[in-house]
Design a protein around this ligand. Structure first.
Ligand SMILES: [Zn+2]
Length: 198
């Protein structure tokens, strides 16, 4: 899956750059990694598009760029993982879990009743987050505000941490496992009770 590869690539680049005493072919290494990453990403996108024809494209459905590696700078591992999930749509929210036929997820619709529960919905539309959305240091008023927010390093970090505080995204590992697998999962996700239900 390209997202894990992204993180691995970032780590590999960092390790190489840190350990190469001559810094001789730093550029070559980086170019090679980016090229491999692009090829792999394209394969994944093609495969995903073939599987889910007609689905709205998520922000990650565009060519990766070196700058995108910067998106994850300064993020904790869990935050970085959540950002990848937000960007790919492969996230422990109802829309994705329902699509992948996760048991116990009976509907893709959000509890607010106003649309499929996606990261974009939660961040930009969900009525349940009307108040908390004001914590964000930038305007998040329509679905169009979502893509720039997950592409800009500063905004992406704020948005990721905001979503993490919401405690709505469950089953990190399950979401990643589903994303890696072609098959529907058989185990139910370990969803945490959203704070607004307790
Ligand atoms: Zn909602």
């Amino acid at each position: 899956m390209p997202q894990t590869h992204t993180n691995e690539t970032t780590e590999r680049v960092k390790r190489w750059l840190a350990t190469d005493p001559l810094n001789a072919d730093r550029k070559t290494i980086q170019t090679t990694i980016v090229r491999e990453w692009k090829e792999r990403w394209q394969r994944e996108v093609d495969r995903s598009r073939a599987r889910h024809r007609g689905h709205a494209e998520e922000p990650a459905d565009e060519p990766p760029a070196k700058e995108r590696l910067k998106l994850h700078d300064g993020l904790q591992k869990a935050e970085s993982s959540l950002l990848v999930q937000m960007r790919t749509g492969k996230i422990g929210l109802r829309a994705f879990l329902f699509e992948r036929r996760v048991p116990d997820v009976m509907t893709p619709v959000c509890v607010c009743g106003d649309g499929r529960e996606t990261a974009r919905h939660v961040a930009a539309y969900c009525q349940l987050e009307e108040t908390t959305r004001r914590e964000l240091p930038f305007a998040m008023r329509t679905h169009r505000d979502f893509d720039p927010a997950v592409k800009d390093p500063t905004r992406a970090a704020s948005l990721t941490r905001w979503l993490m505080r919401r405690q709505r995204v469950g089953g990190y590992r399950v979401a990643l496992q589903i994303a890696d697998s072609e098959e529907p999962v058989v185990m139910p996700p370990t969803r945490r009770q959203p704070r607004w239900l307790s």
